[in-house]
Design a protein around this ligand. Structure first.
Ligand SMILES: [Zn+2]
Length: 333
């Protein structure tokens, strides 16, 4: 997994803030305990003194050093027991004033044996989700808010299908994909005209999956494929670096949503980028959602046989039917 340094730094900052809150809470508990049980404050002071006693004894090089140290250890154990007793009598748990850690695996350092800890990875994915804001701009995209009544319940004159029935099945497919993720057998190809809810349902899925702590990337085909080109031919080192970071994120995130395939300019470069994106993710077993307005003939015209065989062989197609929802909304409001 390649991490974006900027996002990882933000995740670490969030972790630091929580650490400070934990420490402040522990301090408040300690103040409370000292106020209610003054003997505990004395015990703590004596126990703090032990450390310097040990150092002093060791430096003095006395013949009975071992015995002296043993005596100190016994006293220390006695103090700890008395402390626990006092806390229990006051109706408090014995670890009430202990250090508070949010993650017991890394003890809030974010690292385990040189690797990023699970807790930091979860925070990182949350930061990544903030970057999804271009997709989740409306803020209300959720399966609960999806309105099937916006789709006609009379048969479409051309196809004979009832849009509301078809969309009910599409909705179920999207919902199942989100709730079963990452244990889903196919990628999704959302297909149909503009304004029929493809981006909306993509956002619903993204919200659920990102909420489970998985990394989700969203981009339009035009911008995503352009990043592959900018990574190779950039005007500045910064631009090249940003583009290659974007590419590596798109190749390695848990779910990649590629919106509006077919609106990008087709060039040898964009075809090779699309193939790389599809092939790398399929090889790695990472899921994708692609949406497109193109019909079969248009796909055939635009893409290479290698790309088409992957789109047709590895994706479950969900057809979007109905009237333009955005137009309907405008008419109704
Ligand atoms: Zn951790």
């Amino acid at each position: 997994m390649t991490y974006d340094g900027k996002l990882l730094a933000r995740a670490r900052q969030a972790m630091e803030r929580e650490k400070e809150q934990n420490e402040a809470l522990r301090q408040r508990r300690l103040d409370e305990v000292y106020r209610r049980i003054p003997e505990i404050e004395q015990i703590d002071a004596r126990m703090r003194g032990h450390m310097s006693d040990v150092v002093r004894l060791t430096l003095a090089g006395r013949a009975d050093l071992a015995q002296q140290l043993e005596k100190l250890r016994e006293e220390n154990t006695g103090l700890q027991m008395r402390r626990a007793e006092l806390l229990t009598e006051a109706g408090l748990p014995i670890d009430y004033t202990d250090e508070i850690v949010s993650c017991s695996i890394c003890r809030d350092t974010g690292n385990v044996r040189g690797e990023v800890c699970e807790c930091l990875r979860r925070r990182y994915n949350r930061e990544l989700t903030h970057e999804l804001s271009s997709l989740l701009r409306e803020g209300d995209e959720s399966f609960e808010n999806f309105d099937l009544t916006l789709y006609p319940d009379t048969p479409d004159p051309v196809s004979g299908y009832v849009p509301r029935e078809v969309m009910g099945a599409v909705y179920d497919g999207c919902r199942k994909f989100a709730s079963n993720f990452p244990n889903v057998s196919a990628n999704l190809l959302l297909r149909g005209g503009t304004g029929l809810g493809k981006t909306y349902l993509s956002a619903c899925i993204a919200r659920v999956i990102a909420g489970k702590g998985y990394s989700v990337c969203y981009d339009t085909a035009a911008s995503a494929l352009d990043a592959f080109e900018r990574q190779k031919f950039s005007r500045s080192p910064e631009e090249g670096e940003a583009a290659s970071l974007q590419v590596s994120r798109m190749l390695s995130c848990d779910l990649m949503i590629l919106d509006d395939l077919g609106t990008e300019m087709v060039t040898a470069m964009s075809l090779s980028a699309l193939y790389t994106l599809l092939n790398t993710r399929l090889t790695r077993g990472l899921r994708m959602i692609i949406s497109t307005n193109c019909d079969d003939a248009e796909l055939d015209r635009r893409y290479t046989p290698q790309i088409l065989s992957r789109l047709r062989g590895e994706f479950l197609e969900l057809p979007f039917f109905g009237k333009d929802i955005r137009l309907l909304r405008r008419e109704n409001s």
